[in-house]
Design a protein around this ligand. Structure first.
Ligand code: SF4
Length: 174
């Protein structure tokens, strides 16, 4: 017998039975706090996300934190040079667990138009674990919102990420 079965029928429409773990994931997925950090042009799109037109606060994600110790999402928005790699890694390491990384734009994904440059990191995944990739040059604010909603899915259903890893392994083995 499940716990939900002991709820009287008259209360079934008014009572939710869940696990604390699920409740925590639901709260976490709906209150992501990104770090206020931007590197280049993509950061302008990230900033406009939080303004009135796109209104990121509809999803509970508008609380951009100036301190990494209060943030759980690093949006790598823009061209990452090797010179900036150390500060970005330091910011990431100062963030508490659980923490997530979004690569926003072609530059942090694979160097973008500067892929051949000696000064540009050819992909932030060489330095940090990336949870969501948002391609584009630059991606529009709607794309960032979509990426954050994908991250919410990953937080609320971590088994999806595990399935993705299994599929990647199978493809690599084939
Ligand atoms: S991806 Fe395009 S818009 Fe974004 S930082 Fe690179 S050059 Fe700028």
């Amino acid at each position: 017998m499940e716990i939900v079965d002991i709820v009287p029928p008259i209360l079934k429409n008014n009572v939710i039975v869940t696990k604390v773990d699920q409740l925590f994931k639901w709260a976490h997925g709906n209150s992501i706090w990104p770090l206020s950090s931007g590197l280049a042009c993509c950061a302008i799109e990230m900033m406009s996300c939080a303004a009135a037109r796109f209104d990121l606060s509809r999803f509970g994600y508008e609380v951009f934190r100036p301190c990494p110790r209060q943030a759980d999402l690093l949006i790598v928005a823009g061209t990452l040079t090797w010179k900036m790699a150390t500060p970005i890694i330091r910011l990431y390491e100062e963030m508490p667990e659980p923490k997530y990384v979004i690569a926003m734009g072609n530059c942090p994904i694979a160097g973008g138009p500067f892929a051949d440059s000696y000064a540009v990191v050819p992909g932030i995944d060489k330095l940090l674990p990336v949870d969501v990739y948002i391609p584009g040059c630059p991606p529009r604010p709607e794309a960032l919102i979509e990426g954050m909603l994908k991250l919410r899915q990953l937080i609320m259903h971590p088994e999806l990420a595990e399935k993705g890893t299994e599929i990647e392994k199978k493809v690599a083995d084939a």
